[in-house]
Ligand binder design. Structure first.
Ligand SMILES: *Cc1c(COP(=O)(O)O)cnc(C)c1O
Length: 234
């Protein structure tokens, strides 16, 4: 058995156990395998091992690998520049990193051109780290409201959060908790294009705490594929 399958099996068991002991349904948490810097071969191995959803953070990598990867659901999880939306609009199933009306309007425009409805998450930077993208907790309600009003080809499916890196993941619990509160608050709204189902929180080092705080979608790269080597050129 390859290390990729071994790691995926282990993470699936782990996430299910954490969900259960937090009083949630065992299979409630979706594993999105983060495949940035990985080859199509590695990604296909993960798909063979049962992965149904993959996440890329760069538009270029989606385009480079799209035709060589087996059928799977694609998630765009990294910062997205408006001028690149057109390249991925018909390739990805969900965009996790919407943090401005300008970006939402561009996604909407391209979705109209392709006659599709795009699922998005709003990225909330609850720790207000300057180095990270995402809006503040205070801005969240307003952005959701405006997108629903102005972007008929967008469906808002939930929220996404990247916590600050901290070796002691207990220190970031509060940031996940704040986003879960917003998720519960805004998910209740009645609107035909608001259908909260995804709270995207937790990466390799902090998904345990994230699930305990209510995450139902974890984005895991390193724990599946090993450390990334950004110097490696294809
Ligand atoms: C790279 C990345 C991840 C995965 O991080 P790992 O530590 O490798 O699990 C998750 N989310 C986003 C937005 C990323 O860019």
């Amino acid at each position: 058995m390859s290390y990729i399958k071994e790691n995926i099996d282990r993470i699936n068991i782990e996430k299910n156990e954490i969900a259960e002991s937090a009083g949630r349904k065992k299979n409630e948490v979706l594993l999105v395998a983060v495949t940035k810097t990985r080859t199509a071969e590695e990604i296909n191995e993960a798909i063979d091992a049962g992965v149904t959803d993959i996440g890329e953070n760069k538009v270029q990598e989606v385009m480079d690998k799209f035709d060589s990867v087996k059928p799977v659901r694609w998630h765009l999880i990294g910062h997205l520049q408006t001028n690149k939306v057109k390249y991925i609009i018909d390739k990805v199933n969900m965009i996790h990193s919407v943090d401005s009306l300008k970006l939402a309007e561009e996604i909407n425009k391209r979705a109209v051109q392709h006659n599709l409805i795009m699922d998005i998450l709003i990225q909330v930077n609850s720790a207000q780290e300057e180095s990270k993208f995402g809006i503040t907790t205070e801005e969240t309600g307003e952005l959701i409201h405006t997108i629903l009003e102005k972007c008929p080809n967008i469906r808002i499916r939930g929220l996404m959060c990247i916590a600050p890196f901290d070796e002691n993941t207990e220190n970031v619990r509060i940031y996940f908790r704040q986003v879960k509160e917003l998720y519960d608050q805004y998910g209740k709204q009645e609107h035909e294009r608001l259908d909260f189902q995804y709270l995207s929180m937790g990466m390799s080092h902090d998904f345990g705490v994230a699930i305990e705080e209510g995450s139902n979608l974890i984005r895991v790269g390193t724990s599946i594929f090993g450390e990334r080597d950004y110097s490696k050129k294809k």
